[in-house]
Design a protein around this ligand. Structure first.
Ligand SMILES: [Zn+2]
Length: 140
């Protein structure tokens, strides 16, 4: 059986949420290196994070499901500045990433994670974690 890694995670929680969703959708999959990363998070970058592994024949379906999950996740967040639901997840260009690139180049075997942010496409607001849904929206 041919297996393929479709996504990597730097934490146990998002990895298991995605795994549970895929299991619920009837996809056979498992997490590789989950315990190593959970016990020693510093190793996450060195071993490439927690890997979501699926059968090769399921890869296309799984990638479409993952994309749909990601879109649902981004749509669920409302920008606290402008009220739109138009977040994207992107790498932040900046000093941190130049340092990261330099360190990765110097210590070629010791990769350092780049800096990611959620970016509001409407007003430019950026945050490290998606804003929670408003209480009023959850009640309606
Ligand atoms: Zn905004």
């Amino acid at each position: 059986m041919n297996l393929v890694t479709v996504k990597t995670f730097d934490n146990y929680f998002s990895a298991n949420i995605t795994l549970t969703k895929l299991h619920a959708a009837g996809i056979e999959c498992y997490l590789k290196d989950e315990y190593t990363v959970t016990l020693d998070p510093i190793l996450s970058n060195a071993i490439g994070g927690i890997k979501l592994v699926v059968k090769l024949e399921d890869e296309i379906v799984v990638r479409k499901l993952l994309e749909a999950y990601e879109q649902d996740y981004l749509k669920a967040a409302t920008c606290p500045k402008c009220g739109n639901n138009n977040f994207t997840y992107l790498t932040k260009p900046g000093a941190t990433n130049y340092i990261t690139a330099l360190l990765t180049w110097i210590f070629s075997s010791y990769a350092v994670a780049p800096y990611y942010v959620y970016h509001c496409e409407n007003c430019g607001y950026e945050c490290e974690r998606l804003p929670e849904k408003n209480i009023e929206e959850l009640e309606s």
